[in-house]
Design a protein around this ligand. Structure first.
Ligand SMILES: Nc1ncnc2c1ncn2[C@@H]1O[C@H](COP(=O)(O)OP(=O)(O)OP(=O)(O)O)[C@@H](O)[C@H]1O
Ligand SMILES: [Mg+2]
Length: 676
């Protein structure tokens, strides 16, 4: 089953999954070689002209997992996450500020004790020393209390932000069109909403506190030092210049490393999910060794960029300590000389040294902050790039979607029209050069044709998984014209309200996808308000009732727990019941009976009469037995209709369909002799 293209941009009642299994190996950009055993479609037919739709750099961005975010988008994203929690952020910052102020009082008290309280004590006045001792203790306790309050306040903000961000990623990814998911792959989405969100969590939980602490202590200590002694303070402040340069250098280098790391993590996850999703073909084709090697290589890249990150950090820490220690040594030497000269009080020098230690202590922590900042910035950049993607199949703005006209008759069917539709996949050549077709309301049309002819593409355009491609402009300055329209009862699908479209057009494909939940819930996806009676009626109509009642909990069987026991054919029956219950105007069946056995298919065919009656139906099938129920047959080759007529007429004729039918009949008769 395909791992991509499921669920995205599709509403209730549609079976998604294009069966292309087009995972790409993120590190190489080559098509993945797993999960493809059901995919026999040639992806680049020689006969189709190649007209790439998008600029090559966009494709590169997908291959290299570096979707461009508009300038400033990363900052804007962070702001938009924090802005609704402005008040609580301010409270947290205030708590931290107070805590820092309390902590910074320590050395001042020490200076007071040495220079004032001790001489007073010697003179017999115990008061000042006791006061200093009590004040010091009070500061320590208060600092602890404020720290506790800060952690509580910031933790709530952090959790809210992460909840919000994860929700945004999910909502946005779900709203993006099928073609996005075919290229981005689910592994990267997992990476975005786990690893990348996690690095933001680290920044918020620890990094911001570090930064605030560092900045506050830098400012307050500098002021304090300058106030204590202008000369010593000036030396300390001067040491900020090399530190600043060091930080800038580190930031630039670490930024590169962390972007590479985010990509590498995603590549590992992509390979992992792809392999495990395709575990059956992996086993069947003995791909374990090859996969292990590929995974090993990706894992190795991940390890290397992690090592690079540590190395950058180590360089920064060593460099900054060197600067700090040199400055401390200089100040102590100069200070000691001045104490000896009697131009500096000993208490002031002691306080200055204590402050200096506190000044440079947080530098390692600043490194930690820069670390988590770079990591989070790289992650946020990737998330912003994802959030900047717009659906290629945009839904009409809420409230502007057109409704369908009232039904002309009591029958549910509606007219379908392809009007000059041109279509090319973003990753491939032109599939439909220019397609015109009208299906009157209520008609059942069988579409046949060789593999890769464009039958499923036609179906997907009708279900609006894709929109017609814009016409390639002939020259510069010429506006790209729309490549035709798909109309449902005269309304362009692009203008149709999304709910109307999802209720109106339902597609059942080869891979009947079941969501976690019970069988009944799976059938009711297209109509969540359906009663159990209606669900059972739909299942009975399609011949699924018997197998469902034989499941351990009948209709309440959890399909995931029992997932392995629901066969492909049974899944198709569930999907059929789902489509029937959704009661659409247009029903598309794309190889929908391919997994059923002969009796199963016969049962479904008998049910078809009821299922399709009055509806407009497009039935795509390789088994020509399905064609018998159709009012009309279309034979497609290379994205064009080469034959069009009633089944009887075409069989009697001498065209491609008559030939196809003869060959098929012979094969069935031959097979019939072999089988009992
Ligand atoms: N998601 C995709 N991205 C790029 N190219 C695609 C994609 N899906 C299909 N194609 C290409 O479009 C062409 C038509 O494919 P389509 O799936 O419509 O054929 P089909 O008639 O349904 O074939 P089959 O009988 O094998 O199902 C093929 O050449 C195929 O390689
Ligand atoms: Mg197909």
């Amino acid at each position: 089953m395909s791992t991509t293209g499921t669920g995205a941009g599709t509403g209730a009642g549609t079976d998604t999954g294009t069966g292309t299994g087009t995972g790409t190996d993120a590190s190489t950009g080559k098509p993945a070689d797993t999960g493809k055993c059901t995919d026999t479609t040639p992806h680049t037919p020689n006969d189709a002209p190649h007209t790439p739709q998008t600029a090559p750099d966009t494709d590169d961005a997908f291959d290299q997992d570096s979707l461009p975010a508009p300038p400033g988008a990363t900052g804007a994203l962070l702001r938009s996450l924090l802005a609704p929690r402005r008040a609580r952020v301010a409270v947290a910052a205030l708590l931290l500020l107070v805590q820092q102020a309390v902590i910074q009082a320590g050395p001042l008290l020490v200076a007071y004790a040495i220079d004032r309280a001790v001489p007073a004590f010697r003179a017999g006045d115990h008061g000042p020393l006791i006061t200093v001792g009590v004040a010091y203790l009070g500061c320590a306790v208060a600092a602890g209390g404020f720290q506790y309050a800060f952690i509580l306040a910031s933790a709530r903000v952090n959790q809210d932000v992460l909840l919000d961000l994860r929700g945004r990623i999910f909502r946005h990814a779900q709203a993006l069109s099928v073609d996005f998911h075919e290229r981005y792959t689910s592994g990267r989405l997992i990476s975005r909403s786990t690893t990348d969100v996690e690095s933001l969590r680290e920044l918020l939980a620890e990094g911001l506190q570090e930064l605030l602490t560092v900045v506050l202590s830098f400012v307050s200590i500098s002021v304090m030092l300058l106030w204590l002694d202008l000369g010593l303070g000036a030396v300390a402040v001067a040491s900020f210049v090399p530190l600043y340069l060091l930080i800038r250098l580190y930031q630039r280098r670490a930024g590169r490393v962390y972007r590479a790391r985010s990509t590498a993590v995603a590549a590992v996850i992509v390979k992992f999910t792809e392999t495990m999703n395709g575990i059956r073909p992996v086993r069947a084709f003995r791909r374990e060794r090859a996969n292990e090697e590929q995974f090993g290589a990706l894992n190795h890249v991940h390890e290397r960029v992690n090592g690079d990150a540590l190395l950058e950090m180590a360089r920064y820490v060593v460099g900054s300590r060197l600067v700090a220690n040199t400055a401390v040594a200089g100040i102590v030497l100069w200070g000691a000389y001045r104490v000896a000269q009697d131009t500096l009080a000993l208490g002031v020098l002691a306080a200055a040294v204590l402050y200096l230690r506190r000044l440079y202590d947080p530098i390692d922590r600043l490194g930690m902050f820069l670390n988590s900042y770079q990591s989070a910035a790289a992650s946020l950049e990737k998330i912003a790039g994802l959030l900047a993607q717009t659906p290629s199949v945009p839904e009409p703005a809420p409230g502007t979607g057109k409704p369908l006209p009232p039904l002309a008759s009591a029958q549910p069917g509606r007219t379908v029209e392809f009007d000059g539709v041109r279509f090319a996949y973003r990753t491939g050549g032109e599939v439909l050069p220019r397609f015109d077709l009208t299906l009157p309301a209520g008609q059942t049309v069988a579409v046949v044709g060789s593999t890769g002819a464009g039958k499923s593409t036609l179906a997907k355009l009708l279900a609006r998984f894709y929109d017609p491609s814009p016409e390639a402009s002939d020259g510069p300055g010429q506006e790209a014209a729309a490549g035709g329209r798909v109309l449902l009862d005269g309304v362009d699908l692009r203008d149709l309200a999304t709910t109307e479209l999802r209720r109106g057009v339902v597609m059942v494909t080869q891979e009947a996808f079941l969501f976690s939940g019970t069988v009944a819930e799976n059938i009711a996806i297209g109509r969540p308000d359906a009663t159990r009676e209606e669900i059972e009626r739909a299942a009975k109509a399609i011949g699924a009732h018997d197998f469902i009642t034989s499941l351990p909990d009948g209709y309440d069987t959890d399909v995931r727990k029992r997932g392995g026991r629901i066969s492909a054919g049974q899944r198709q029956l569930v999907a059929f019941a789902r489509a029937l219950l959704a009661d659409p105007a247009v029903l598309i069946l794309d190889e929908a009976t391919s997994s059923l056995d002969i009796p199963g298919e016969r049962a479904v065919q008998r049910a078809m009469d009821t299922v399709l009656r009055g509806r407009t139906a497009v039935v795509i099938a390789h088994r020509l037995s399905t064609v018998e129920i159709a009012d009309r047959v279309l034979v497609m080759e290379h994205g064009r209709i080469v034959e069009d007529g009633t089944p009887a007429d075409l069989i009697r004729g001498t065209g491609p369909f008559a030939e196809l039918h003869r060959a098929w009949r012979d094969s069935v008769v031959g097979g019939g002799k072999a089988a009992p």
